[in-house]
Design a binder for this molecule. Structure first.
Ligand code: ATP
Length: 518
């Protein structure tokens, strides 16, 4: 019997543990950590890059290789600046900005408000720490925060501020954003005054220059989404790959947004990766395809077996300027249900806008209808880093074992696990390392394997559990006699003797994408 004690801890604690675990086991590091880090940028370590690649592969196989009518693209991050005028990003991809008149320092208005909220949160945290000291082992955080009047009052204040900020920002009422800052008496951290300018809009795109001299250089943007690279290549791809509507173009690549509230680890970053697919359809057929892709994408998520109840749709009531229907697939992250993927019916907005700005026709001649038209587009767009976080946070478990010991294990779906098998010679002598190396050679071409011969076997098992390795293969004295090994299963910790020649097909069957995606 295994007891899970993650479920009883509070969500913040679990999240902190996941972040710490991600660093300790080579999944995710803060960018430029030796310089105290760069906020909202992260580096993926040896296990992280494997998990990321496996997620990409799982997506690509399902979206591109398993669809005859979807092909891939890898467009440049830099695009002609007019692309961003056409897409609406130059005019409308904004967030609010404010200056302090005394210090001349510039802030993002909602960051100031968020920081104010963080201060109230810190007070709640202090209350909790004090109470924990007072109540000792009997302290129950969840009960305390839901019953202590002072904490409830502080939380109410936070909720009110968030609500006011949301309403003002979504309605574009920048005067109200400024009033909120003034009413909360938020002061500039540098000058200490609340002498603020009006709030103005701030574009989320990162700007840079291409070219060496000031005269000849031109302003460029780092793309805030990968989709536009697909739209401007619509005809190139359609013609060269001889695609017929309906068809899709898929792409995985980096996107950059100068996000205002960039907290929550890799959930919201300034540099992140998207896996997007734009599906071009006949005008009038977009709702049929929108519903198709909604269902298809939800099934893709659920194929990984991370709990049906952990996903839900959130349909958008207010739509972006380019959309006539939109939904998010939300996942239950440790901090609650949040957007993981967006599915949008983007109409013909983008292709038409690029057509107008470039002066080039972006139309498709439909032989069945015997006419040309600008196709409508249904988009599926998922953040790779967010997907990574769903896998990591869902897999992280602290278990109490029957023998009283505990272990930390990442129960990553085997198909995505960074290391599929650990090859562990019981001792470093008696021909075991040589045998283990032979097994390593046999498996490593198809599966990412790790060879480990240090420490006791128990310690090695724990280390592999913490990495999320689904199978441990132990080579012992018996192996040398009958060519069998001990195969240990990460999740059940059960062990069985398996013939060496059966190892490849055994692992292959367990980690096979087809098994998950059928
Ligand atoms: P949000 O509402 O969370 O800001 P969004 O609606 O702006 O997201 P989209 O423009 O629809 O996001 O982008 C598609 C996907 O890209 C999102 O579902 C998310 O998974 C991912 N994504 C967007 N912004 C970020 C970010 N700053 N960091 C990491 N992933 C992101």
């Amino acid at each position: 019997m295994i007891y899970y004690f993650c479920g009883m801890a509070n969500y913040e604690d679990i999240f902190k543990k996941v972040v710490a675990h991600a660093k300790e086991y080579g999944y995710v590091f803060q960018s430029s950590e030796i310089y105290d880090g760069l906020s909202a940028a992260y580096d993926y370590g040896p296990n992280g890059v494997e998990l990321k690649n496996n997620i990409k592969n799982y997506w690509w196989k399902s979206m591109v290789n398993m669809h005859e009518n979807i092909v891939g693209l890898d467009a440049a991050i830099f695009m002609h600046p007019t692309s961003w005028k056409a897409s609406g990003h130059i005019d409308a991809f904004n967030d609010p900005l404010i200056d302090n008149k005394n210090s001349k320092k510039r802030y993002r208005a909602d960051v100031l408000i968020e920081d104010h909220i963080a201060k109230i949160e810190a007070k709640i945290e202090k209350d909790c720490v004090k109470a924990a000291k007072r109540f000792g082992d009997n302290f129950n955080r969840e009960e305390f925060v839901s019953t202590n009047e002072r904490v409830i009052e502080r939380q109410k204040k936070i909720d009110e501020i968030i609500e006011k900020m949301k309403i003002s920002l979504s309605s574009g009422n920048l005067e109200n954003v400024k009033s909120l800052i003034e009413n909360l008496d938020i002061k500039c951290p540098v000058s200490g005054t609340n002498n603020w300018t009006d709030v103005r809009q701030f574009n989320l795109m990162f700007k840079t220059q291409m070219g060496a001299t000031v005269d000849t250089s031109s302003d460029l943007y780092l793309r805030p989404e990968t989709a536009q690279g697909i739209f401007v290549n619509f005809l190139n791809v359609q013609k060269t790959a001889r695609m017929k509507v309906p068809f899709g173009i898929a792409q995985i690549g980096k996107a950059f947004r100068n996000e205002i509230v960039a907290r929550q680890f890799i959930f919201r970053m300034r540099e992140f990766e998207q896996m997007e697919m734009q599906f071009f359809v006949r005008p009038g057929e977009e709702m049929k395809w929108y519903n198709y892709w909604k269902e298809f994408r939800m099934n893709w998520h659920q194929s990984l077996g991370m709990g049906k109840d952990n996903y839900r749709f959130h349909n958008h009531e207010t739509l972006a300027h380019y959309a006539n229907a939109a939904t998010d697939i939300e996942f239950k992250f440790p901090f609650g249900f949040k957007e993981l993927e967006g599915i949008h019916s983007r109409t013909d907005f983008d292709l038409k806008a690029h057509q107008e700005h470039s002066g080039k026709k972006l139309q498709y001649f439909d032989p069945e209808l015997n006419k040309s038209y600008v196709p409508y587009v249904v988009e599926t767009s998922i953040g790779l880093d967010r997907m990574f976080l769903t896998v990591l946070s869902h897999s992280f478990l602290e278990e109490k074992l029957e023998n009283g010991e505990s272990r930390v294990v990442l129960k990553i779906p085997a198909v995505l696990a960074p290391v599929k098998a650990a090859i562990l010679p019981l001792t470093k002598k008696d021909g075991m390392p040589e045998k283990a190396r032979d097994i390593m050679k046999m498996l490593q071409i198809d599966f990412n394997c790790q060879y480990e011969d240090k420490d006791s076997i128990g310690k090695r098992y724990r280390r592999q559990d913490a990495i999320g390795t689904p199978f441990c293969i132990t080579i012992d004295h018996q192996t040398l006699e009958d060519n069998t090994v001990t195969l240990r299963d990460r999740d059940s910790m059960s062990q069985e003797r398996v013939l060496v020649e059966k190892l490849h097909s055994f692992i292959s069957e367990k980690v096979n994408i087809a098994k998950y995606l059928d």
